[in-house]
Design a protein around this ligand. Sequence first.
Ligand code: AP5
Length: 193
Amino acid sequence: MRIILLGPPGAGKGTQAVRLVERLGIPQLSTGDMLRAAVAAGTPVGVKAKAVMDRGELVSDDIVVGIIADRIEEADARKGFILDGFPRTVAQAEAFDAMLAEKGLKLDAVIEFKVNEHELVGRIVKRAEEAKARGEQVRKDDNPEVFKTRLDAYHSQTAPLSAYYEAKGMLKTVDGMRPIDEVTRAVREILER
Ligand code: AP5
């Protein structure tokens, strides 16, 4: 299966992607995780991405499209994959469609999580507090100020993807305000349909 998880920062894309990995045996492709790994390793992509990510803005389309184009070529992605955080702009979605068409592949589902802004900020603040309490590194973009920029980027650049996939008859929405297990159940029902 090839699945896209859409939604604002903190909506639960990563949480649900991990559960889908366990159930479906296909990899989670998180551009956020891949970019954070590149930043930590100090690669040329990481050096370019770091300041942009710390500000809560989007990394350029050509960088992330290049990352995904390489990643879906890897052996573990042949059976399918769960995209978490990609695409994030209409240009990325169009580039991804062209990639799939070139390989004769199709998307199976686009699932969008709907969560209100107050809840999103609360989740991000809680995640930062919990990471700190465990003595782990807190994401530089997990604070209310940077979160505002992340949300603005979501509204201006990512939200148009709902209409993009709706027009293709692909979009399914899930109430992401519900408890994690209930969201998982709703996702499973969509994929079993
Ligand atoms: P990225 O890493 O993709 O972060 P994000 O989309 O901003 O989202 P998060 O990872 O914070 O949230 P999520 O929806 O995965 O929620 P999660 O499951 O973690 O991107 C980071 C940056 O990288 C971007 O700002 C950009 O700079 C760059 N980038 C990445 N991809 C890019 C692209 N394609 N193009 C350009 N730039 C790109 O959950 C959050 C918290 O809520 C957790 O603590 C979780 O336990 C909790 N939670 C989850 N579900 C529930 C629930 N149902 N109820 C209660 N709590 C819940």
